[in-house]
Design a protein around this ligand. Structure first.
Ligand code: FO1
Length: 301
């Protein structure tokens, strides 16, 4: 079972999917939001598109070669279109919205879409509950997408909240996948906005702690900066050390081992003092070869 957020996670999922294992992805929903009348699930979609071989992996979201005709038409109609939803991506979101409007859960809609796109591995939303990541910032309360996409990640962040998490639960599918797993891999995802919303679900951390699976992570941090995205800034604002030691501390209740950047040898000692095995490697996923190598190293850790 791989716990996944956005771009970095999708690359590792691709590496894991190439190994002779039964892979199930459990994906963050905190980034999900309504745009233009459709329900957009960035992390579920980048995982699905990447495993289907159609993602714009370099950009980190959406479908390769997508066009923006619907968005241009919306703009001509006077709609603000700062969230760049492509035409093909819109089709995915339209189907999801229709299915859910007819009573399907997000889990059911996700399963239908990944099968239609030929993805073999199950992709499970962490919850079917409405969980959204909101930030209290110098520009007021912002949804993660408003903060990151509309405001370019610039406002000062004072607090991060996972709206709806306390009243939601991991789905039965997620519970049984984690219970049956012999390994849980925490992808190099933003600990605050990708893994945080999962850990905020009642019972989720306990599920990991109680699992017979070895729980291993690939750190998203190199030094004090994330490989991509707003992790560093958001870790600081939630008083988590913005480096791999901070990631290990955050996961210490259930983490058995972590793979960190070979640029951070000084963090190995303090991480192992937490009784978490720590290994160093080149953690950059620059091509399919490095994705496959890191996936293999995580299964051997
Ligand atoms: N990220 C951007 O920086 N700009 C966009 O216009 C944008 C559009 C978009 C459309 C669909 C989708 O699934 C994701 C999209 N993203 C966009 C990425 C996304 O907002 C975030 O990067 C993730 O939520 C963070 O994991």
């Amino acid at each position: 079972v791989a716990l996944a957020g956005g771009t970095g996670s999708a690359k590792l999922l691709r590496g894991l999917a190439g190994l002779p294992i039964d892979l199930t992805a459990v994906v963050n929903v905190g980034d999900d939001a309504w745009f233009y009348g459709v329900y957009v699930c960035p992390d579920i979609d980048i995982a699905t598109y990447t495993l289907a071989g159609v993602a714009d992996v370099r950009r980190g979201w959406g479908i390769q070669g997508d066009t923006y005709n619907a968005l241009a038409a919306l703009s001509r109609l006077g709609r603000d279109t700062w969230f760049r939803l492509g035409d093909l991506d819109l089709a995915t979101c339209l189907l999801r919205t229709e299915l859910m409007g007819n009573g399907a859960t997000l889990t059911q809609a996700t399963d239908r879409i990944r099968k239609a796109l030929g993805v073999k591995s199950p992709i499970l939303p962490a919850t079917d509950g409405p969980v959204e990541t909101w930030l209290l910032t110098s520009k007021g309360e912002l949804h993660l997408q408003e903060f990151w996409v509309r405001e370019g990640g610039k406002p000062r962040v004072n607090k991060v909240t996972y709206r709806g998490a306390r009243g939601s639960t991991p789905t039965p599918e997620v519970k049984s996948a984690i219970r049956a797993a012999d390994r849980v891999v925490i992808c190099p995802a933003n600990p605050v906005t990708s893994i945080g919303p999962m850990l905020a679900l009642p019972g989720f951390a306990k599920l990991l702690g109680a699992s017979r699976a070895r729980v291993v992570a690939l750190s998203p941090m190199v030094g004090r900066a994330p490989v991509s995205g707003p992790a560093g800034k958001l870790m600081k604002s939630t008083r988590v050390r913005p480096d791999s030691l901070g990631v290990a501390e955050l996961y210490s209740d259930f983490l058995d081992a972590i793979l960190i950047s070979d640029e951070d040898p000084a963090l190995k000692g303090p991480i192992e003092a937490l009784e978490i095995r720590c290994a160093l490697t080149d953690t950059m996923m620059t091509d399919l070869v490095s994705e496959a190598r890191l996936a293999k190293e995580l299964l051997e850790l």
